[in-house]
Design a protein around this ligand. Structure first.
Ligand code: FNR
Length: 357
């Protein structure tokens, strides 16, 4: 197994599942509680049907997407996911090389198993500096949080993605059953090293996190700040009022609040609340070019992929991640051609036949 070219992302998922230790597979795959939200993330896209336009010509598709000061080669970026070296020895560096090759953005998880400097060096070596953002769980220890922000700024990260859907860890029953609590020896969250002691700190999920802390963070850094994990339109409005640079609609891949709405169902009212003041990103359940097309038609500027990247990485390392991104790009280009759209900007709600609700 493994030599055949994967035809879609699920081929890589199946390959990854055969390779992974079952407890690690469950960690990468699973969600919280009964996994209702996890399942719904993928099926929510099934509810949409498209109304393609015909006879529009237009030639080559142009997928380029301006976002927070850079231009991505397509409206797809890589969502932050923990523990890449648990999936494959290529780890975050392999992922970064693949993302650089595809010329999009990697959001490095705070729970990465590789220091941010090494990941940034891989991006630089591929001549794609600026394609790295950093995901942050602000720590109650403000001094440490600030030192980490300085560290990721110095490494060359171009945005901070603050994950706001995790005041506590979701109840992930597969992990409880498997007793999967921590990384095996030799792997650690390298960006949590204490600058004074060199010891790796535990990531604290902070139930006291609030809007004043977002204001504090904006005062500490000039990097664009993105809030990831917004579902409620009132929070989207608050985010804009607090001066954030983008809103990222997400339910954390169904791993936090089970029963939470899917991102694609929450998207229209968030887009409505935000207007064109800041870009709206989305992740959760993106597996096909048509899923990307649907999210963009509903007003997202770009989408993230989480698990598919882990499947590619676990199955084949760096080339597997590249295949995931190339497959999505080709699938999106074809779907746009069939729908009569040349650029992402051509995609609007008129292309959707059915609005579920
Ligand atoms: C995640 N996600 C996540 N999000 C985050 O902000 N910080 C993190 O460290 C992680 N870690 C993580 C690990 C694993 C194994 C998964 C599957 C997910 C959530 C991630 O960024 C994203 O929101 C979802 O994965 C998107 O859904 P899909 O694409 O996996 O369906």
């Amino acid at each position: 197994a493994g030599a055949a070219l994967p035809v879609n992302l699920r081929d890589l998922r199946d390959e990854a599942w055969r390779r992974l230790d079952p407890a690690h597979r469950d960690y990468f795959t699973g969600g919280a509680g009964d996994e209702r939200t996890l399942r719904a993330n993928e099926t929510a896209f099934d509810a949409y049907r498209l109304l393609p336009r015909v006879l529009r010509g237009g030639g080559e598709r142009d997928l380029r997407t301006p976002l927070l000061g850079g231009t991505l080669s397509m409206p797809v970026l890589v969502s932050p996911t923990a523990f890449h070296r648990l999936a494959h020895p290529d780890g975050e560096v392999g992922c970064a090389r693949a993302v650089a090759g595809a010329d999009t953005v990697l959001v490095l998880s705070m729970a990465a198993t590789t220091p941010v400097e090494a990941v940034a060096a891989a991006m630089d070596a591929a001549d794609r500096p600026g394609r790295l953002w950093f995901q942050l769980y602000p720590q109650p220890d403000l001094g440490f949080t600030e030192s980490l922000v300085r560290r990721v700024e110095a490494a060359g990260c171009r945005a901070l993605v603050v994950t706001v859907d995790s005041p506590v860890l979701g109840r992930r029953e597969r992990d409880l059953r498997n007793g999967f609590l921590d990384l095996p020896p030799g792997l650690g969250c390298e960006n949590m090293r204490d600058p004074e002691t060199g010891r790796i700190r535990d990531i604290v999920l902070d139930a006291d996190l609030d809007w004043p802390r977002i204001d504090w963070l904006r005062g500490v850094t000039r990097l664009p700040v993105v809030l990831k994990g917004i579902l409620h339109p009132a929070d989207a409005r608050l985010a804009v009022a607090h001066g954030v640079d983008a809103v990222w609609v997400s339910n954390h891949g169904g791993r936090q609040l089970d029963g939470a709405a899917t991102a694609v169902d929450a998207l229209p009212s968030v887009v409505d609340a935000v207007g064109d003041r800041v870009p709206v990103l989305l992740d959760g359940g993106i597996r096909r070019g048509t899923d990307v097309l649907t999210a963009l038609a509903l007003g997202a500027t770009a989408v993230g992929v989480g698990r598919p990247v882990l499947w590619g990485l676990a199955a084949r390392g760096e080339p597997g991640v590249r295949q995931v991104l190339d497959l999505l790009r080709a699938d999106l280009g074809q779907a746009m051609t069939l729908a009569g759209a040349v650029r992402p900007a051509d995609l609007g709600p008129d292309l959707l036949n059915r609005m579920p609700r």
